[in-house]
Each structure stands twice: as C-alpha cells, then as structure tokens.
Design a protein around this ligand. Structure first.
Ligand code: 3AM
Length: 178
C-alpha cells in the first residue's frame, strides 16, 4: 500500500478552500474531500512495514496547536508550474510535530526525507501551463486567510489511484495531547 502522513482539515475549511477552485482553465482541482496537509510522504510499503510505521507514529507525542492557512502560491518555475497551493502561517508547533514524525519514521527504518518540509495544502495540479491567468489567479488570492483551526491529531492515509483519480483513506488517527 501507498502511505502518507497528513493533517486532515475540518469540513468547513475544506469547503472554504473549495471556493478557491475556479477561475483557472486547465487546473485539475483537488476534490474538497481530499484536501489535506501532508507531513510526510512514505510511499509503497508492505504489510509488515505498514505495521512498523503505525507503531512508530503511535509513539509520537505532541501537543495540540492552532494552525492558520493563508496565502496562495505555486510549485514549479515560471515556465513549468506544477501545482497551486494554499500556504500556512509560520507555525513552530507544526514544524516540531513534523520533525518528531520524521525522527520516528527514520527510527522505524525509513530512509530520511531529503526534501525540506514546505507546509502547504495542494489545491490543484497543473498539467498544462494556464498562461497569464496563473499570475492573475495568484495575485487576486494573495490575501486569502482562513479561520485558525485546532490540530488535535494527525492521520496515516493510504492513497489508491483509481480511474476517477486518487482516493485517500484514513488508516489510523494519532491524537495529540492537551
Ligand atoms: O500533499 P500534496 O498533495 O502536495 O504529491 C503528493 C501529495 O502531496 C506527495 O505526497 C502527497 C500525498 O500523496 N507525493 C507523491 N509522491 C511523492 C514522492 N515520491 C510525494 N512526495 C514526495 N515524494
């Protein structure tokens, strides 16, 4: 199975983000049900490795915290933009949690993640360059700021690629303390 660790987002926040999903021809918008904030991509594992991952994540102790999504940006360069995302206001608690998860997964035998953690919620994938409208889209939404929400758990998701697109299923939820 293909796994990743992420924060799930409250329904009202996902609805709000769903409101950003228009005005850009050629964008493949993420289904609001699938919107999440990835903490660590794990990839393909067998049943035994999945158990080790679950045990490692169960041992992560963290405190709940508040998080605010704000700003809109792109991954990829000017010539080849790949994805559109909503950003996160600087958040030390989020960075700490992500670092704990990374450490726990490495102890469980996973290879270290080489890419720097850039917290974001992917809104759309761009298969073709949307042209000048991409710049306008980002500028017009640059002041986007959602209501803060309480992060009281993190989730291990499996990802299954169906004909209709990716299906993400929560496999385990790990609560954070008070
Ligand atoms: O959270 P987002 O949607 O930005 O792009 C994949 C998705 O990111 C990313 O993991 C998240 C859950 O699927 N992903 C997919 N393959 C990856 C890889 N090989 C990857 N991240 C890092 N390395």
């Amino acid at each position: 199975m293909r796994l990743f660790v992420a924060l799930s987002l409250p329904q009202d926040l996902r609805n709000r983000l769903g409101g950003l999903a228009s005005g850009l021809p050629g964008a493949r918008w993420v289904d609001p049900d699938n919107l999440h904030l990835t903490l660590r991509f794990i990839g393909e594992v067998d049943g035994r490795e999945a158990e080790d991952v679950d045990a490692a994540l169960s041992g992560v102790q963290g405190k709940r915290f508040s998080l605010t999504l704000s700003g809109v940006g792109q991954f990829g360069d000017e010539r080849r933009p790949r994805a559109l995302w909503v950003g996160v206001e600087p958040n030390e608690a989020l960075e700490r949690l992500q670092a704990k998860i990374e450490t726990a997964l490495q102890r469980a035998g996973l290879a270290p993640e080489k890419r720097k953690f850039k917290p974001h919620v992917t809104l759309a994938r761009l298969k073709t360059h949307p042209g000048e409208r991409l710049h306008d889209y980002i500028v017009q939404r640059s002041l986007f700021r959602a209501e803060p929400f309480e992060v009281d758990a993190f989730t291990l998701y499996s990802s299954y690629l169906a004909n209709s697109g990716a299906i993400y299923s929560p496999e385990a939820v790990y609560p954070l303390g008070g």
